[in-house]
Design a protein around this ligand. Structure first.
Ligand code: DGL
Length: 276
């Protein structure tokens, strides 16, 4: 039995990444963990976020013994990826980083926009990324905590008009600033990708990192599969949606579990499994 691949986000944001990888690799055993208890990550101080993520990762590794971890969260990736890699070496981590490079390559007006959490847009990593891959482009970065919250708590109950209305003000700000390429730099926004594309058409192109991440996971996980096939510690019948915190799953999580065909459980209720 092969060890699972673990996806982690503060909430629902990583689900589009999970889905893309799952569709391409239906035989893989996957665990999707939503850190509901510590949502939102975007407003947290970096050192607090690093310690929360380190403690959570330890628990998740104990329970599921993954062969690879996908940090399906830009905020967690820019803040804690290096720390997690060195703390849990040799376990491989795939991080999600805003698709600034392809956006810069695609921008004819040399003007790109980045929409993320406050934590992400203010992290020096973003300035580095822009200096390395978007030299010659102007970059305007906006934080959208209200949109993160909308996706996390209200998306499933909102109709199409409400969803469009939620993304439009951001697209309009980027349009007014002259951007013709906008990067969705928070995984939650991927759940509104269709609405973003509708509002941005025809003059602005929307960029995300989903496909690149799936390819990266495939390459890394195939390298590891042979080594990790003999001692899988956790037998998973169906892919899991694991929630942190002790409150019973809210209705919205039940809906998501059905929509993404995942088996819903609480991390605290999952027993460490020792049988091979
Ligand atoms: N989904 C996360 C990201 O990609 C952040 C959401 C939050 O603030 O927790 O940045």
């Amino acid at each position: 039995m092969i060890k699972p691949i673990l996806f982690l986000d503060s909430g629902a944001g990583g689900l589009p990444y999970y889905r893309d990888f799952h569709i391409r690799n239906p035989a893989e055993k996957l665990v999707y963990a939503a850190d509901r208890e510590n949502f939102p990550y975007g407003a947290k101080d970096p050192s607090l976020l690093i310690s929360l993520l380190t403690a959570l990762m330890e628990k998740l590794i104990n329970r599921f013994d993954p062969r690879l971890v996908v940090l399906a969260c830009n905020t967690a990736s820019v803040t804690a990826l290096d720390h997690l890699r060195s703390s849990f070496s040799p376990l491989p981590f795939v991080g999600t980083v805003p698709a600034i490079k392809p956006a810069a390559e695609g921008s004819r007006r040399r003007s790109i926009g980045l929409l993320g959490t406050a934590r992400t847009v203010e992290d020096p990593y973003i300035a580095d990324l822009a200096a390395r891959y978007a030299g010659g482009c102007s970059l305007s970065a906006l934080a959208a905590p209200d949109l993160v919250d909308f996706v996390e708590r209200r998306l499933e109950d909102a109709d199409e008009a409400e969803r469009l209305a939620a993304v439009k003000p951001y697209v309009e700000k980027f349009r007014a600033g002259g951007a013709d390429a906008v990067v969705l730099g928070c995984t939650h926004f991927l759940l509104l990708a269709d609405e973003f594309r509708l509002a941005a058409s025809p003059d602005i192109k929307i960029y995300d990192s989903i496909e690149g991440i799936s390819r990266r996971i495939e390459n890394l996980s195939n390298e590891r599969a042979a080594d990790d096939s003999s001692d899988a510690a956790f037998a998973i019948e169906k892919n899991l949606l694991v929630l942190t915190g002790s409150a019973p799953p809210e209705k919205v999580w039940e809906k998501r579990a059905r929509r993404f065909d995942l088996s819903l459980c609480l991390l605290n209720a999952v027993k460490p499994e020792t049988s091979p």
